[in-house]
Design a protein around this ligand. Structure first.
Ligand code: SF4
Length: 352
């Protein structure tokens, strides 16, 4: 990296100018750019952790109507915050954002990356984004997009164990490339370049505003960078059960103190419903779903089975089918429940 990175830094002001000029013309008109405010920047940065822009947009619009500022968010009950977040996943972000608003409401607003990193849910990337955009702090955002751009600009052949170690290695270069004025615009321009031009596959080098500064772009082998070790996926199988009684569905409600899914409803696993896997598989298989979460490839099988005898085991609640929309379900479970309900035959009385 050393040679190309030195060349890039020698051409730093030309690189900054080319990137800024492109960003001014091509930046997507996203709400947090059109009407910037600290609150909107913070909420959007939390939502954008792990989630794509197009998914975030309707959530952010609804959130800003319901909870328009830190004070409203701080005063809202957690159940309302989680309901507004329903479907975005990674619910700890919503709980951290809620706690952050409550902290900010009772003390002066922090201004430096180090102070922001003391707040719940704020890591180096989010702290750099918030403080560079809202306070002009000279802090570089380094995420997978930025690593990809920097690795290609410098045709860096160093092998990295994972994206966290690559981010750490590229942080000094990202910081050295920051302009003295408007570092927030520069950070946003880098993110925009990663999201709309320097794609993981088939990057648009021919029309890229910084191709003349890019070693890999000029060589024609950008997809060879960064050199990240392939992720090893672990296969996990989960058996879930669909138990219905008197027009109510049995759901698992995680306890308030649970680390990931506190106060979120999900279809119970066989074990949560007090059933052995052998007993659960006697029922009809309603759906088989696959999804990836971090390094896990999870296959979830959902079996219709009968109600456990007596009281439901701890943590399970009966939710009337007509009230399903009012409780908070995790995103995939909301989709599965809707799909299963939509697929079953209508009751005799409503058939024509
Ligand atoms: Fe990415 Fe290609 Fe632009 Fe280089 S020239 S930054 S590889 S899009």
């Amino acid at each position: 990296m050393a040679h190309s990175s030195a060349q890039l830094l020698a051409a730093k002001s030309g690189f900054q100018r080319a990137l800024r000029a492109w960003y001014r013309v091509h930046a997507r008109p996203l709400p947090w750019r059109l009407n910037p405010s600290l609150y909107q920047t913070v909420v959007s940065e939390f939502m954008l952790q792990q989630t794509q822009v197009k998914t975030v947009l309707p959530y952010l619009a609804r959130w800003l109507v319901e909870l328009p500022n830190f004070a409203a968010l701080a005063a809202a009950p957690e159940s309302r915050v989680l309901k507004l977040w329903e479907g975005l996943g990674y619910y700890s972000r919503a709980r951290n954002l809620h706690k952050l608003a409550q902290t900010i409401a009772s003390r002066p607003v922090p201004r430096t990356p180090a102070e922001w990193q003391e707040l719940p849910g704020v890591g180096p990337y989010t702290a750099a984004a918030i403080t560079s955009i809202s306070f002009g702090a000279p802090a570089a955002c380094v995420d997978g997009n930025v690593v990809r751009i920097l690795a290609r600009l410098t045709a860096d052949a160093t092998p990295y164990r994972d994206s966290a170690s690559a981010s750490k290695a590229f942080a000094p270069l990202a910081t050295a490339l920051l302009p003295a004025t408007n570092p927030g615009d520069h950070n946003q321009a880098m993110m925009e370049l990663g999201a709309t031009v320097c794609f993981r596959q088939n990057p648009l080098c021919l029309t890229c505003p910084v191709v003349k500064f890019c070693a890999a772009g000029q060589r024609g082998d950008p997809e060879n960078y960064p050199k990240l070790a392939a992720k090893k996926l672990e296969q996990v199988a989960v058996m879930r059960v669909w138990i219905e009684r008197q027009c109510a569905l049995l759901l698992h409600l995680s306890a308030g103190g649970a680390r990931r899914f506190a106060n979120i409803h999900e279809l119970p696993t066989a074990a949560q419903a007090g059933l052995t896997e052998a007993a659960a598989t006697k029922g009809k298989l309603l759906a088989k779903k696959r999804r990836g979460i971090t390094r896990y490839q999870i296959t979830e099988s959902i079996y219709r089975t009968s109600s456990p005898r007596g009281m439901p085991p701890t943590g399970l609640v009966w939710v009337p089918l007509v009230d399903l929309d009012t409780v908070t379900l995790s995103g995939p479970h909301r989709r599965w429940v809707k799909e299963i309900l939509a697929e079953r035959p209508a009751p005799e009385s409503s058939r024509r």
